[in-house]
Write a protein that binds this ligand. Structure first.
Ligand SMILES: NC(=O)c1ccc[n+]([C@@H]2O[C@H](COP(=O)([O-])OP(=O)(O)OC[C@H]3O[C@@H](n4cnc5c(N)ncnc54)[C@H](O)[C@@H]3O)[C@@H](O)[C@H]2O)c1
Length: 412
């Protein structure tokens, strides 16, 4: 396809974003490509109708440096340019399915995914009626088509041809509950849904949000194994919310510019298995022992902070949707050929003696391209102790998930 011209990139009238360039960005606006980049940024993620800045894009996309971000957008712009049709409409090519789309997380997550320029079709599935959510979302003048699927008979159709499946289906915590208390209900839900994924879109990236993630990811892996389609590079437990929280709390505590802060969070996604590596914070910042203790405990209990504040009305939904949308966007960028996408996620891993472990990973077109081991080197004594302390609990949760899936297979 011929290279797109400057006029091809002028999509403002089509997208009607009403965004303005910042002085910083204007000084860098030297080419048609920049025009395109600006339109794309103002349109994507969370910045419709706001003055765009590189910083805000970085927050959403999980990049850890501005240079990497710019490089990533140049790459994205190139790829996008090839998908522009003659009438200047984006013809994005990825299909995303949200299973549990009528729920507290599902609805705002669907809205955020609907805003992505990389999505062509958004499938919303739930056992509850999801027609209204889909009708509502479909009125947003963003390019993706929204389709609704309600109940088990429509599950296969919801998954056909899908590139990324996001699973927030299940029950959330109430005050006094641990994530593990959700096991009995959510284990079955995840098992059933992942069986359908195996049958209908075995090559898709699978994002597991349903708790307890430390067990539901091993359940999903076993189910995929039993079906003969397990690709460990494409199964992710979504732990992005732990990173989002760590970044927010550290920035607040140290009075840092929020957008610059990047804290890797490793281990798992429950209580003490959530281990923020504060010593690896970027930009480099020092903490007193008391600050480390307070921040670590707050990040580990942040979910409970929300559960208690909602007083019986559920757990984190809006921040979770934001975090999950960031992970979806990162996955789509990787699928789109961006070679510079890093996120933390709970994946099959050889970083420790545990079979699954959350750490920073590099995402590529085929899923996990690399597991970043350097974060685990040079840990402080506090972090090293916390790492050893989390292992028995994480191991037990993983084994509980594996045992559940194996028992179900024997029973069947
Ligand atoms: N990974 C994380 O960081 C994180 C953070 C917050 C919440 N969560 C988890 O996400 C899950 C969802 O939370 P929520 O607040 O959106 O709950 P919710 O109850 O508001 O929504 C769950 C939705 O799932 C649907 N559902 C139930 N069974 C289903 C099935 N078999 N197939 C399809 N859909 C089904 C329900 O109808 C409902 O619409 C919970 O398990 C919660 O613990 C994870």
């Amino acid at each position: 396809m011929a290279a797109a011209t400057a006029s091809t990139f002028s999509v403002g009238s089509t997208l009607q974003c009403g965004s303005k360039m910042s002085p910083l960005s204007q000084s860098k606006a030297t080419s048609a490509q920049f025009n395109f980049n600006n339109k794309l940024r103002s349109y994507s993620g969370l910045k419709v109708a706001t003055a765009f800045s590189l910083e805000s894009e970085s927050a959403f996309s999980g990049k850890d440096s501005r240079a990497a971000l710019q490089a990533s957008f140049a790459c994205k712009a190139q790829n996008q340019s090839q998908r522009y049709s003659a009438n200047n409409q984006i013809s994005s090519s990825f299909k995303v399915a949200v299973l549990g789309a009528a729920g507290g997380i599902g609805q705002p997550l669907a809205l955020l995914i609907k805003m992505s320029p990389l999505v062509s079709t958004l499938h919303l599935y739930d056992i509850a009626n999801v027609k209204g959510v889909a009708a509502d979302l479909s009125h947003c003048n963003t390019p993706s088509q929204v389709l609704d699927f309600t109940g088990t008979p429509e599950l296969a159709a919801a998954l056909k041809g899908v590139d990324v499946v996001v699973i927030p289906a299940g029950v959330p915590r109430k005050p006094g509950m641990t994530r593990d208390d959700l096991f009995n209900i959510n284990a079955n839900i995840v098992k059933t849904l992942v069986e359908a994924v195996a049958d209908n879109c075995p090559d898709a990236f699978i994002h597991i949000i349903s708790n307890p993630v430390n067990s539901t990811v091993p359940i999903a892996a076993e189910v995929l194994r039993q079906k003969g389609v397990y690709d460990p590079k494409k199964l992710f437990g979504v732990t992005t919310l732990d990173v989002v929280r760590a970044n927010t709390f550290v920035a607040q505590k140290k009075n840092l510019k929020l957008i610059d802060v990047d804290v890797p969070v490793i281990g798992g996604h429950a209580g003490i298995t959530i281990l923020p590596l504060l010593s690896k914070t970027k930009p480099s910042v020092s903490f007193t022992d008391k600050e480390v203790e307070e921040l670590t405990v707050r990040i580990q209990n942040a979910g409970t902070e929300v559960v208690d504040a909602k007083a019986g009305a559920g757990s984190a939904t809006l921040s979770m949707a934001y975090a999950a949308a960031r992970f979806v966007e990162s996955s789509l960028r990787a699928l789109d050929g961006d070679g510079d996408v890093y996120e933390c996620a709970f994946v099959q891993s050889e970083l420790t003696e545990l079979p699954y472990f959350a750490s920073r990973i590099k995402l590529g077109k085929k899923g996990v391209e690399a597991i970043i081991s350097s974060d685990l080197q040079g840990l402080t004594e506090y972090e090293q102790k916390a790492l050893e302390a989390l292992k028995p609990e994480l191991k037990a949760s993983i084994e509980k998930g594996v045992a559940f899936a194996q028992k179900q297979a024997i029973a069947a």
